[in-house]
Design a protein around this ligand. Structure first.
Ligand code: PLP
Length: 403
């Protein structure tokens, strides 16, 4: 684990900090940072526009990233659309695809554990087009099982959108079985993979999902870059939500325009070129280290953290046996944000609140929670610091911080 730590300059530059907010955004390895700088220092040009060597070179690297991303998730490269992040990807499916494919009164099936980015686009769409939103019930652990989905499906359900894993609980859902059920019901399946790509192997063909959205910045890549995977025949039916340069073949003064094929018809304007190039290096990093090695390092660390945190009498954990290295918890009798402030005074960074999943309350008590999300570059020593700080925490000590 230690030799991977040296790949992350942030860790060298913040030696005191235990960074446990990886589900919000991951740190970036040197290769990714270097590639972003290299673009500005050496390449500079726009893509797919210039008739000179440098522009061709940048275009080649950009196009290669699409191929690399496609291989990484087992898609075809024309099924990979670059966006600004998972949020934009989900908005594109809602506004560009579902707006066309569904009819008034059709049901979109969601669940309360989802991130805002996988609820609000559907709410906005339903309001605009008179679709109906329904929710799959959660089980006693706040999770969605195949049986919950089975119960919620009916004739009017035409689309189901669900996260591969919730960013609050980190349980991986059985998407393959779910996609079978959804397709039997003659509906489409959209999956928010923001928390899983880079953590586990993702094969969109094996999962048989219709659309799959994720963000580069949660998997060692730059911010402002995301992906929408869509089955080729469905991307053909999807309308762009942005229009402009780069995505058209021709247009005239009569208002006629001819758009390029997918994925290019969705990518109007100058993209985040340096971000996409950096993303290629993030994928290269995973390929070099091996996704199964990364997954096993993550889970070893999680198991260590869970073992020690679960022994603390003052700590309540809401997601035992999480599949991702996410621990959602509270300290009895102390408000979550006060706990976070206290941990911050020991240079331990965690996230508190509703984690952008405001419709979901894993505590069942309308309380906020604390989320420690670990990644392979964290250490057992950092986890020990978290455990020791929580062992000693009292309400008085938290109040003292404000005085
Ligand atoms: C499950 C989930 N979906 C969607 C998103 C949105 O990702 P982004 O902010 O990169 O668009 C997040 C980010 O936290 C997430 O955790």
């Amino acid at each position: 684990m230690d030799n991977l730590r040296k790949d992350f300059p942030f860790l060298k530059n913040n030696p005191e900090l235990a960074y446990f907010d990886n589900a919000a955004t991951s740190l970036k390895p040197q290769q990714v940072i270097d590639e972003v700088s290299y673009y500005y220092e050496h390449l500079g040009a726009n893509i797919h526009r210039g008739d000179y060597k440098l522009s061709h070179k940048v275009s080649g690297l950009f196009d290669q990233t699409r191929i690399d991303v496609a291989c990484f998730i087992n898609a075809d490269s024309n099924e990979v659309v670059f966006t600004s992040g998972a949020s934009e990807s989900l908005n594109l499916v809602a506004m560009g695809f579902a707006s066309q494919a569904l009819s008034k009164g059709d049901v979109i099936l969601l669940n309360e554990t989802e991130h805002a980015s996988n609820l609000l686009p559907w709410y906005a769409l339903a309001q605009q087009f008179d679709f109906v939103i329904e929710f799959i019930e959660t089980d006693e652990h706040g999770e969605i099982q195949v049986d919950n989905l089975k119960k919620a499906l009916h004739d009017k359900v035409k689309l189901v959108s669900i996260a591969h894993a919730s960013n609050v609980l980190g349980y991986i859902r059985d998407i393959q079985t779910m996609s079978h059920l959804v397709h039997e019901n003659q509906a489409y399946l959209v999956v928010d993979g923001a928390q899983t790509v880079g953590h586990i192997e993702v094969d969109v063909k094996a999962l048989d999902v219709d659309f799959f959205a994720f963000s580069a910045h949660k998997m060692l890549g730059p911010t402002g870059v995301g992906v929408l995977y869509g089955k080729a025949e469905l991307l053909k039916q999807t309308q762009p939500i942005f229009f402009g340069g780069g995505s058209n073949v021709d247009f005239d003064t009569k208002g006629t325009m001819t758009l390029k094929e997918a994925p290019y018809k969705f990518e109007s304007g100058t993209p985040n070129i340096e971000g996409v190039l950096g993303f290629r290096k993030a994928i290269e990093y995973y390929n070099e280290k091996g996704i199964s090695t990364i997954e096993s390092l993550n889970s070893q660390l999680y198991e260590y953290a869970y073992l020690h945190l679960s022994k603390l009498d003052n700590v309540v954990i809401y997601n035992p046996n999480s599949d991702l290295s996410i621990i959602s918890f509270n300290v009895k009798g102390i408000f979550a944000q006060d706990v976070a402030q206290y941990l911050d005074s020991f240079d331990i960074a965690v996230r508190t609140g509703e984690h952008c999943a405001k419709a979901f309350d894993p505590t069942m008590k309308k309380s906020k929670t604390i989320r420690a999300s670990l990644l392979f570059y964290n250490t057992k020593e950092e986890v020990d610091r978290l455990v020791e700080a929580l062992r000693d925490i009292t309400l008085e000590k938290c109040i003292d911080l404000y005085i």
